[in-house]
Design a protein around this ligand. Structure first.
Ligand code: PSU
Ligand code: MN
Length: 298
């Protein structure tokens, strides 16, 4: 743990966990490094301490300094680590960026409770053929953490992912909306059962989770990208269709699927999908800072 994060936790100051896969594998270089700094600053602007999480030379890090963040953003061959990869990377002395599942696991083990990302992984379209379901979902079913996200990535089968979250017992609430957000899009077209409207309301749910001694599951706070900053829905539909066809035609599989689709969308929307993605992440990081503050005040 970085000294700053350790000191903040010891003094019960708000801390927000940030994942690193979005930096290393979800965004293009060299902009990704600027974004990494910008996201950390956004957390600070809300009065919280950012803790970007990654594995470097076999050591999990909770909170990265400038050089470490640079390695995550720029090092060739930096791996993508889901939670199952953590022991393998540690034993091998390897370096890797952590996905939502690995970040949530490490954050919770370190005593962090609030985590911000772009969009969760989930059930991929054509799941019946590929069985591709992100490990994010299973991990969130057994980890007590609050994840602020713009829903799940719209490259997924959103209805199936919502169903899996229900089956797995993961609490889901819209933030300021009764519609589940669609990552690049403000509205995925699906309803959510619960709406929370303030950071204090979110903190109250977190306290209730602990008081109920419920299974150690997560709370997903689904926070939509503002409508003015979303990707144009018709463009989204058209380009996503192409991306999915291209992905299948090239036989892209496993961990490579999500980065491939995000990159394809970015290149075929002249960067508009990137801007929508960044707008979503920025909003999530800020909200997470406010939730962490409400949580430590409570
Ligand atoms: N959110 C983003 N961009 C990303 C991701 C999330 O805006 O690249 C990453 C997260 O790390 C998430 C991962 O856990 O994509 C999902 O990968 P997979 O579908 O292979 O589980
Ligand atoms: Mn997958």
């Amino acid at each position: 743990m970085s000294d700053e994060v350790q000191a903040a936790l010891a003094r019960r100051r708000p801390v927000v966990a940030l994942e690193s896969t979005i930096i290393a594998h979800g965004l293009p270089r060299p902009r990704n490094l600027r974004v990494a700094h910008e996201l950390e600053q956004a957390v600070r602007d809300e009065g919280a301490v950012p803790a970007t999480i990654a594995v470097l030379d076999g050591r999990p890090h909770i909170g990265l300094d400038k050089d470490q963040l640079e390695r995550v953003a720029g090092e060739d061959g930096i791996r993508k680590l889901g939670h199952r990869d953590l022991p393998l990377a540690v034993a091998a002395g390897a370096s890797g960026a952590t996905t939502v599942s690995a970040t949530a696991l490490l954050a919770a083990r370190a005593g962090l409770r609030v985590f911000a990302t772009g969009g969760l992984g989930g059930v991929h379209r054509e799941w019946t053929l590929t069985q591709d379901e992100s490990a994010d979902l299973g991990l969130l079913a057994r980890t007590r953490i609050t994840v602020v996200c713009a829903g799940v990535k719209s490259i997924l089968d959103v209805a199936a992912t919502l169903q899996r979250l229900e089956t797995l017992g993961v609490a889901v609430a819209g933030y300021g909306t009764s519609r589940f957000p669609g990552f690049y899009l403000t509205d995925s077209g699906h309803d959510v059962d619960w709406t929370l409207r303030t950071p204090d309301e979110v903190a109250a749910v977190m306290r209730a989770q602990d008081a109920l001694a419920a299974p150690e599951s997560a709370l997903v706070v689904a926070h939509p990208v503002p409508e003015a900053e979303q990707l144009e829905p018709a463009l989204h539909a058209r380009v996503l269709d192409e991306a999915l066809r291209e992905c299948a035609a090239r036989g892209v599989q496993g961990q490579a699927v999500t980065p491939f689709l995000l990159d394809h969308l970015m290149r075929h929307t002249e960067g508009a999908s990137l801007e929508a993605n960044l707008a979503a992440v920025r909003g999530n990081v800020r909200l997470a800072g406010r939730i962490a503050s409400a949580w430590t005040r409570a």
